[in-house]
Design a protein around this ligand. Structure first.
Ligand code: R2B
Ligand code: URA
Length: 311
């Protein structure tokens, strides 16, 4: 897009539409987006989604429904009187998707495989709908490292469990690596929208570690299994801390890698549910956690409003 700096090469058509790096798709007479309950043959995807500018994703259907209603009020979007926001992907029974004008709010489930399937289909949806310069943002939860519960963390770089800035998968029996790059400028812009005097919590920017497991994979002592000691755990978490890792979650590497590969600007904004240097169990009261989960939404809403008023 026009706002790209030259050092971050991304593949994108000059008009801002999303490039599919797969020659097979345009040769197919229709493309079924199975997990979204949508298809290029059964739906007019350009008519339905052509105006989308922001694709917001988060783990749970409830949070993303709440975000859809919140952003609707924030941007002053009106739906016809007497109608309600509908879950567009209800009949997939997999993900929930809400559309509020230029904003999509979609649940992605837990972990790399779940968000990966969704990303393939969302990137293809952007392509079929001919969306221009869409921005993808993950609004999530995470465990913090050395920050208080309720802190908002913007990811500057996603790393895997071996601290590599990459997404690794096997394809046809071979290991493939994709750089887990996020848009640094977008991350800084989000940080600039935090309000250190008004927001009663901190917003920080740092590295995010993405794991394939919540328990052993995140160095927890409280899973069904544990073959390491408390001091092994603390050595590891301290090493992460020294490396600049501020939070741990389960989707950021693939989210960064697939959006980057598709030439889509993307950001990850999560709220910490606890400080992993102090414990493993998530024991904050539900009401408090629900309040905390709105914090990334506030930040992303400020970004969306800023971009929409720029026209
Ligand atoms: C954060 O929270 C979930 C695990 O509890 C997972 O989806 C993640 O990244
Ligand atoms: N999500 C994670 O992946 N880890 C945590 O510790 C909390 C939420």
């Amino acid at each position: 897009g026009s706002s790209m700096s030259s050092d971050e090469e991304r593949d994108e058509y000059p008009d801002g539409t999303v490039k599919l790096r797969n020659p097979n798709i345009e040769l197919m007479d229709q493309d079924i987006l199975y997990h979204l309950a949508l298809g290029s043959g059964s739906h007019d995807l350009q008519e339905m989604f052509g105006d989308v500018k922001f694709v917001c994703m988060g783990g749970t259907p409830k949070r993303m429904e709440t975000f859809a209603h919140y952003i609707m009020a924030e941007i002053g979007y009106k739906i016809p009187a007497g109608t309600q926001l509908q879950d567009i992907s209800a009949f997939s029974y997999r993900y929930s998707m809400y559309k509020v004008g230029p904003v999509l709010s979609i649940s992605h489930g837990m972990g790399v495989p779940s968000v990966g399937i969704l990303l393939h289909e969302m990137i293809k949806l952007m392509y079929h709908a001919k969306c221009k310069d869409p921005i993808f943002i993950r609004i999530g939860t995470c465990g913090g490292i050395g920050v208080e519960g309720g802190t908002v963390v913007i990811t500057e770089e996603a790393v895997d469990g071996l601290l590599r800035n990459t997404y690794e998968l096997s394809v046809l029996g071979q290991i493939v690596h994709r750089p887990a790059k996020l848009d640094k400028r977008l991350a800084r812009e989000l940080k600039s929208l935090a309000d250190p005097t008004e927001d009663p919590y901190e917003t920080v920017i740092g590295k995010t570690m993405c794991t394939h497991d919540f328990y052993e994979g995140q160095g927890r002592l409280d899973g069904a299994f544990c073959n390491f000691t408390e001091s092994d755990k603390m050595d590891y978490l301290n090493k992460l801390h020294d490396f600049g890792v501020v939070n741990i979650e389960m989707e950021s590497t693939i989210f960064a890698a697939l959006t980057h590969h598709a030439g889509i600007r993307a950001a990850v904004v999560c709220v910490t549910l606890l400080d992993r240097l102090k414990g493993d169990q998530v024991n904050t009261p539900k009401e408090v956690m629900n309040e905390w989960q709105k914090r990334p939404q506030f930040l992303v809403s400020r970004l969306i409003k800023k971009y929409l008023s720029l026209g």
